[in-house]
Structure formats: C-alpha cells, structure tokens
Write a protein that binds this ligand. Structure first.
Ligand SMILES: Cc1cc2nc3c(=O)[nH]c(=O)nc-3n(C[C@H](O)[C@H](O)[C@H](O)COP(=O)(O)OP(=O)(O)OC[C@H]3O[C@@H](n4cnc5c(N)ncnc54)[C@H](O)[C@@H]3O)c2cc1C
Length: 451
C-alpha cells in the first residue's frame, strides 16, 4: 500500500492550492493528490471556450506541471472510500493509499432540477467542469442557431454573451425580476442588462421556465406565463450542488444544506480530515449565516488556510467567512460586486447607508481608453463599517472590486476610507480629486452626519 503524509482528493482550484500551500508550509512532508480527470479546465474560463477562445485546449489548467514542480505526486483516479479510523483511501482502481492528513476538495456539479420536465432531452446541456462533456456540447451547439440559457447569474450571463459572439440567437431567461439580482442592486443590474441587450442577447426576466418541450430532441421552452420559445438547444445554468457523497458515505458530517461541516481552520469533525472549496460549508462574512456561495476565490482562500494549518493550528490564520466577490466583463465594460447588496442587507434587517458616485477611470477623461466608472458603497448605518460595494467600469473594475473586498474583510469604516491614501496616475486610474471609491464614501459620510 502506498503511503503519504497528506492526501488531497480533487485537483481543481481548491485541491491544487491546498496541495501547493501545504507543501510550501510543510516542506518535509510527502503530498499526494488524486484527481478524476487528466486534463483540468480552468473553471472560470469555461464560458470563453464557447466564444472568445478557439477551443477547450486553450483553457487547460497546468495542474500537473505545478504539482510536479512543487514535488507533489499526482494520480488520475477516483477516490471511492475513506476509512477514517485506519486512515486509508481506496481508489476505483482498487489501489489503497494510507495518509496522515486528508484534504477533501471534491467540488461541485451542476444542478438539474428534478421538477423540470424535459431536462433529459437531447440538446439540453448543463455546465460541468468536464472537458470531454464541454467539447461534445461545443460541437453540437456549433450546429444550433437558437439557444435558450436558463438562469441569469454570472455564468448564465457570461455564456449568453459568449454564444452571441458566434452569431447564435440567444435568449436568457430569469425567474427573478432582474438579471444578476443576487449580486447587484436593481440600479446596476438594469444597466448591465442594457449592455447585454445591446450586444444582441434577448433577456426575459420575471418569468421562470416551466417545462422543456421536445420529442427526442428539444424544440421549445415553455415559460411560467405560458409563452413558448422555439429553440435548438437549452443550457441550464441553475446553480451547483456540493459533491459530498464520498464524505457522507465515509461518515464525515455534512450540514442540512449538504455541505461538509468545517470550522474556521477548515477542519471537519474528524481529526486530521479537512474540507475545502465548493464541497465545504460556507458562512457569510457579514451576516454569519450559512450560504451556498461557490467561488474559486473563496475555494483558494480556504485551501490556503487548510494548507497552512495541516500539522499545527497556526492560530492567527483562520477563514473568517465568505465574502462573495465576483467580477466579469462584457465587451469593454467590467463589473464587479463584493459583500452584501443593499437589498440583501434589507432582507437581513441591517440598517445601511449607501453612496453612489460616477466618475471616469482616467484623468483627464479625454485620455484614450477612458471609461466611465461607477462605484456604489454600502455601509452599516450606525458603525459606518463597509459591508458591500458594486462597480461598473472599464477593465480596472475587477481589481477595484477586489479592493472593496479587502476593505470589507478588514472591517474598514467610511471614515477610515476617507483618510486612506490612494495612488493614482492619469493613464491608469481616476483622479485623486474624484476617485469614485472615496467619493462614494464621502456621500455616505454626509448621510451619516445628517441622519
Ligand atoms: C462556468 C463557470 C464559471 C465560473 N466563473 C467563476 C469566476 O469567474 N470567479 C470565481 O471566483 N468562480 C467562478 N466559478 C466557480 C469556481 O469555478 C468554483 O468555485 C471552483 O471551481 C471551486 O473549486 P473546487 O476545487 O472546490 O471544485 P471543482 O472545481 O468542482 O473541482 C473539484 C474536483 O474534484 C474532482 N473530484 C470529485 N470527486 C472526486 C473523487 N472522489 N476523487 C477524485 N477527484 C474527485 C472533480 O472531478 C473536480 O475535478 C465558475 C464556475 C463555473 C462552472
């Protein structure tokens, strides 16, 4: 039987980062990683193989190279059982691997709702992180003119925009009143909807899918209001559920939502077994409620925490909760969001003040590449602690959203933001006198004085 000090199950974002951080923190220990697929997709790059990129080969994550360079052994196989008492994992091949510490990073798979009639018809697709499936899907979609995408979260929006670049006629359907409504407040999501509509995607909101109609193959989608949309293919983008069957059958606790229960060091209830990434329980940074947010950014942060704490609890390094930080780009417009939206704060009963400022991301604004930059900040009303922010701008929107994420994580207040020093340059940033992040904070500060 093979033996290792640390065994990692799953070789995507969380598994790879847990292995790399773990090995760099515990250099003398042996690390081994088991992954199901030989070639791993960059998960966040998947939408782009349906438009911008030529093929899925351009979206491969160099996992094997990175692991090999770090001195980590990797095996392509499927872990089918874990004996937590004897500390042995069993592979589908029959091979057994003994371990001292185990990190479960089994990720998530797309949801296919059981209630959705017609979801098993030909040309109805989901979006797994599986190259073989995606290649076949891409080949079939290439022959389709009309495509319906169901679910207007980030993935549905990115898919719709990418497919429309290849001249498909795309209809994006969302049950909620706005697209991206879990990430953006209405004032921003309606602007994003306008951008996508201008680029040729038809958006239908406030109208869920009722049924997918077809014979062997799909030929239309029936909506809740009775409307029927003829189509050649359907893409379901209706969320992901955590892969926890292996943990469950091995007696590792999961919570009521099906995620593996973990503490702030990413330890499960079992000694020496950690869980990270999409399969591991999440708690919102601000509200402390359990949330199903699944992001590569969170997965990698959790994986770093687990890697650092594998053989000794390094008391200062804990995972203090999920801050949903997402960004994406549609054409030359970038948009991003971090933390709570105003409407989510209202749902949670958190009194807030918000400030919105629209400026330009260069100074003077006549410089080439200048782009409007809108920042909305959300602060807890009585403490002034920043709990959320949204950005629409040029390509810098992603990094500006990350700055807001750091502001939230470090519990900065409106006042501390007002006195912060921000580096600026005409060709790279907004003006120091009109920096939208600071101006939005000023608007909240004025409201705090007057309330
Ligand atoms: C289309 C798309 C776009 C996205 N875009 C973004 C984005 O822009 N930004 C962002 O932050 N997040 C994004 N995400 C989310 C992000 O991809 C996930 O949060 C991230 O992949 C989670 O990583 P993970 O390692 O936890 O899980 P996964 O990526 O799901 O990987 C788990 C791996 O474990 C393997 N595995 C499972 N069981 C076993 C077993 N028993 N034995 C061996 N291996 C096993 C699986 O095959 C899989 O390879 C996107 C997701 C998708 C699908």
């Amino acid at each position: 039987m093979k033996k290792t000090d640390v065994l990692i199950v799953g070789g995507s974002a969380a598994g790879m980062v847990a292995a790399l951080t773990g090995k760099s923190s515990w250099t003398e220990k042996r690390f081994m990683l088991v992954k199901k697929q030989k070639e791993m997709m960059v998960p966040c790059g998947i939408p782009y193989i349906f438009g911008t990129l030529e093929n899925s080969q351009q979206n491969i994550m160099p996992v094997d190279n990175m692991l090999e360079n770090a001195g980590i052994e990797s095996i392509v196989n499927n872990v089918i059982a874990i004996d937590k008492a004897l500390k042995i994992a069993e592979l589908e091949s029959g091979e057994k691997i003994g371990f001292d510490k185990l990190v479960i990073a089994t990720g998530s798979t797309p949801v296919k709702p059981k209630w959705l009639k017609g979801a098993d018809l030909d040309n109805v697709f989901m979006i797994p992180k599986d190259k073989v499936y995606l290649d076949s899907m891409n080949n079939i979609l290439a022959k389709c003119k009309n495509i319906v995408v169901i679910g207007a979260g980030f993935i549905g929006v990115e898919f719709s925009d990418e497919l429309s670049k290849r001249d498909h006629k795309v209809t994006l359907i969302e049950k909620l009143p706005n697209i991206l409504s879990l990430a953006f407040d209405e004032e921003l999501s309606s602007r994003i909807a306008a951008i996508i509509t201008n680029r040729g995607v038809t958006i239908l909101t406030n109208n869920g899918v009722k049924e997918i109609i077809g014979d062997e193959k799909v030929f239309s989608v029936k909506l809740e209001n009775g409307e029927t949309i003829p189509t050649d293919a359907v893409i379901l983008s209706m969320g992901y559920h955590p892969n926890t069957e292996l943990a469950k059958k091995s007696g590792i606790f999961t919570d009521e939502d099906g995620f593996i229960a973990v503490d702030e060091y990413m330890r499960t209830h079992e000694p020496d077994i950690f869980a990270v990434g999409d399969c591991a329980q999440k708690r919102d940074f601000v509200t402390r409620r359990r949330v199903p947010t699944m992001l590569a950014s969170t997965a990698c942060a959790e994986a770093r925490v687990a890697g650092i704490n594998l053989f000794n609890i390094n008391v200062v390094k804990t995972f203090s909760g999920t801050i949903g930080i997402y960004s994406t780009a549609i054409g030359d417009t970038g948009f991003g969001t971090a933390g709570l939206t105003e409407s989510r704060a209202a749902d949670e009963g958190i009194a807030i003040l918000s400030g919105v400022f629209e400026g330009v991301d260069r100074h003077p604004g006549n410089l080439p590449d200048a782009h409007k930059q809108l920042v909305k900040l959300i602060a807890a009303k009585y403490s002034g602690v920043i709990i959320g922010g949204e950005v629409i701008g040029g390509t810098s929107a992603g990094e500006l959203t990350n700055v807001i994420g750091l502001i939230i994580e470090n519990r900065m207040t409106v006042n501390s933001l007002l006195t912060s020093q921000i580096g600026t340059h005409p060709c790279l940033t907004a003006s120091p006198a009109g920096y939208p992040l600071i101006k939005a904070a000023e608007i909240i500060a004025a409201k705090m004085r007057n309330s």
